[in-house]
Design a protein around this ligand. Structure first.
Ligand code: MLT
Length: 404
């Protein structure tokens, strides 16, 4: 008789955003006359920029002719995209990353979930708390997290690094030494950031203890302040300890198109083995490349027109962030984030639990958000709103919350 991977059975409930979607669907079914405004999952609402659409049309036409048709993509990505990324995201910022250290994929969610394949199950992971649930859930699926302790809402074999008001929503170096450290800045869910010198401390620490940092920079395009790093490779020594994950979803609206990449410098080794070679082997075996037309669309993000148009979209979402943040402050909420990230992190009023506030907001204001406790125990008593809605809906949602 076959046996299942029973690590899956240890997972509590369903994936956070599926639970939120189910609750929203139940509310809408019971209240068909109510217009629910969704400021929950971080999904973009603006259409793809014209430069991207042009590149898509052009490459779709190429697929119609034998001479320009493209079959399987190179499994690590087309050279035209990898070199464009290396030039624009790294070399132009003084980061020593070459095109062949970039692995193109179908998005940062898959990469952040799959990267665990190249590490032994014996590694101990450290995560920020609250955290993007994919890092923890996928480690749980591969049996790296121990048991789920229901009373504490924690895994027994995970190092949690609380990111609360007391730590300015940044993690502190943990007492126990981890093997793999997940960092995400600008942060999902809190919208916080760390400075370059703070990140340098993490790089120095990882090199000292022989840990690897998995650095998720999916939201780097939202950075507005000067001392916030866009890439971990801006820090000295990161080539020997860091993997970076990037996405086209949030900077260019590819949530439905799917494109991302992972950077693994060749200097990142365990003994003589490079992690680059392991990921190349994994990618080559389990992945047949992101579609040609999508990689051409990705290339267009870096064209002059693409850069200007996506910048405008980011400004649009950050205007929403300002509306949310200022509006909530006026209404007396304690809020953070929303300056270098499209997420606003608020404290629930009157010590309400995150899920109670979720229900309250949905019922009283018909606004959907994400409960902080869904991101980890230190998220209890907090709530996340996203700036990815339309401007009109965002303004209306905040007006409703103010009247609540
Ligand atoms: C979120 O809402 O946290 C994001 O949409 C998650 C993701 O990017 O997968």
């Amino acid at each position: 008789m076959f046996k299942i991977n029973d690590n899956y059975l240890k997972l509590p409930g369903s994936y956070l955003f599926s639970t939120v979607a189910k609750k929203a669907a139940a509310f809408t079914a019971a209240n068909p006359d109510k217009k629910v405004i969704k400021l929950s999952i971080g999904d973009v609402t603006q259409p793809l920029a014209p430069a991207i659409i042009d590149a898509l049309h052009k490459s779709v036409d190429e697929m119609a002719h034998a001479e320009t048709f493209h079959g399987y993509a190179p499994d690590l990505g087309y050279e035209f995209l990898r070199s464009t990324i290396a030039e624009n995201d790294y070399k132009s910022r003084g980061c020593d990353i070459s095109a062949d250290e970039i692995f193109v994929s179908d998005g940062a969610k898959s990469d952040s979930g799959n990267i665990g394949d190249i590490f032994s199950v014996d590694n101990k992971i450290a995560v920020c708390d609250p955290v993007y649930p994919v890092y923890v859930d996928t480690n749980a699926m591969s049996g790296r997290t121990g048991d789920y302790l229901v009373d504490q809402q924690k895994w027994s074999n995970v190092i949690y690094m609380p990111c609360t008001e007391a730590t300015n929503f940044a993690p502190e170096i943990p007492k126990e030494t981890p093997d793999i450290i997940y960092l995400c800045f600008p942060n999902n869910p809190t919208g916080s950031t760390i400075t370059k010198s703070q990140l340098q401390e993490w790089v120095d620490y990882a090199n000292k203890v022989g840990a690897v940092i998995i650095y998720d920079a999916a939201y780097e395009a939202y950075i507005s302040e000067d001392d916030v790093p866009h890439s971990i490779y801006e820090c000295e020594g990161a080539r020997t300890c860091a993997i970076e994950l990037r996405s086209f979803s949030k900077n260019a609206g590819f949530t439905g198109l799917r494109l991302g990449f992972t950077v693994i410098p060749r200097d990142l080794k365990s003994g003589e083995t490079t992690l680059h070679s392991l990921w190349a082997r994994r990618h080559g075996t389990k992945f047949n490349g992101a579609p040609y037309i999508v990689q051409r669309a990705g290339e267009a993000v870096y064209s002059e027109a693409g850069k200007n148009q996506t910048k405008e979209q980011i400004a649009y979402y950050m205007k929403n962030a300002k509306v949310i943040k200022e509006g909530l402050k006026e209404a007396g909420y304690s809020v953070s984030g929303g300056v270098n990230a499209p997420y606003i992190w608020l404290k629930t009023p009157d010590n309400m639990s995150s899920w109670d506030f979720f229900d309250y907001l949905l019922e009283k204001a018909n606004v959907l958000g994400t409960p902080g406790s869904g991101f980890g125990p230190s998220g209890e008593g907090y709530f996340r709103l996203t700036a990815f809605g339309s401007y009109e809906n965002t303004v209306e949602a905040i007006e409703r919350i103010k009247r609540m």
